[in-house]
Design a protein around this ligand. Structure first.
Ligand code: TXA
Ligand code: MG
Length: 316
């Protein structure tokens, strides 16, 4: 049930239920991070492999010492600069963090979400929340309570309504190797912003065999409709002539060939707006029972990198 009641959400969590929660990035499927029953329910609901670890959501940076055994200097700098916000830090974990959350690894992923309702909920709880994105494994992430409801319907007693997610794509994930920051997943905090604070990032986002962050698996964030990702949309439209075609464009422009359904991510070509609208547009096109979706490549800078990353994985 979709509700605005933080109290109902709190009650359900105390009873080890899993609920939908809003964050500034995407909706999460949340449970008590210190309760193994609640956490195993998250994996079951999402149909998520157990070797794919979860992010722990905490109420403030001060709470970090309850979770992380070791915090490199550059991690502190990033937490100070960007929390609450769409940045997840992967740090050495304390032994009280259950292995089920970290898939047995000695590191834990942690962030402070920048969402009024989520922070209010966390402030009322004496435990942090484990929460992956609230979609079945591999599917498009949800950015509205209605998306979560469409995926899980009566399986969730509570979906806490916090409106449409402001950022619209997942947090950026940074780990540390020898104290140096490493990018594990592109996300709604741009690499450029992060590098202003800690200098150049190492990139570890393409390892398919043993991914550091399985959000980086080559196929992920995928619509059910066959999807193509290209910088030559017109050519793909021609190739699929006669089919029912959906097109996802970065900004408003006349198409040489008309397609049946066109979604524009940002009419004036703003990358923040495009990120905000991305999953909403993908859900929309995917629900039209089209034969194909053709998605246009965005400029490879700022949030364009994260959007291209998601579209590329959606198309594999
Ligand atoms: O914006 C977000 O990050 C959203 C909201 C709900 O906070 N959450 C999210 O969770 O995207 P999820 O489970 O869909 O993606 C979490 C990613 C996965 O790719 C996972 O592999 C990675 O975080 N991860 C978790 N723990 C990790 C660890 N110890 N080391 C490396 N990667 C880790
Ligand atoms: Mg996810």
């Amino acid at each position: 049930m979709i509700t605005k009641s933080v109290n109902k959400a709190k009650e359900a969590l105390i009873n080890n239920q899993v609920i939908g929660i809003p964050t500034e990035t995407v909706y999460g499927l949340a449970g008590n991070a210190f309760n193994e029953i609640a956490v195993s329910r998250i994996f079951a609901l999402k149909n998520r492999p157990r070797h794919n670890p979860l992010i722990v959501h905490i109420k403030s940076a001060e709470y970090l010492e309850q979770i992380a055994a070791q915090v490199p200097e550059k991690a502190y700098k990033l937490a100070v600069a960007f929390w609450p916000g769409p940045l997840t830090l992967v740090l050495k974990k304390k032994s009280n963090v259950p292995d089920i959350i970290t898939s047995g690894q000695d590191t834990v992923a942690v962030r402070v979400p920048n969402h009024k309702t989520a922070l209010e909920l966390l402030a009322h709880l004496d435990f942090p929340l484990a929460a992956p994105s609230a979609n079945p494994f591999g599917k498009i992430s949800p950015t509205s309570p209605e998306h979560v409801n469409a995926y899980f319907k009566d399986k969730l007693e509570v979906i806490l309504d916090g409106g449409i997610c402001v950022k619209g794509i997942e947090s950026t994930i940074i780990g540390f190797e020898d104290g140096q920051p490493v990018l594990y997943r592109y996300g709604s905090l741009s690499v450029e912003e992060i590098e202003k604070v800690v200098g150049p990032l190492l990139l570890h986002t393409k390892n398919d065999v043993s991914p550091k962050a399985p959000g980086m698996l080559s196929k992920h964030y995928a619509p059910a409709t066959p999807t193509y990702f290209t910088d030559d949309v017109e050519k793909f439209i021609t190739q699929h002539k006669g089919k029912r075609i959906g097109v996802l464009l970065f900004k408003d422009r006349p198409l040489i060939q008309m397609a049946s359904h066109v979604k524009i991510l940002s009419s004036n070509g703003n990358l923040d707006d495009a990120a905000h609208n991305l999953y909403q547009a993908m859900h929309h096109l995917d629900n039209l029972n089209l034969d194909v979706i053709i998605a246009e490549k965005l400029p490879d800078q700022g949030l364009g990198k994260a959007i291209n990353d998601r579209l590329n994985r959606a198309a594999k």
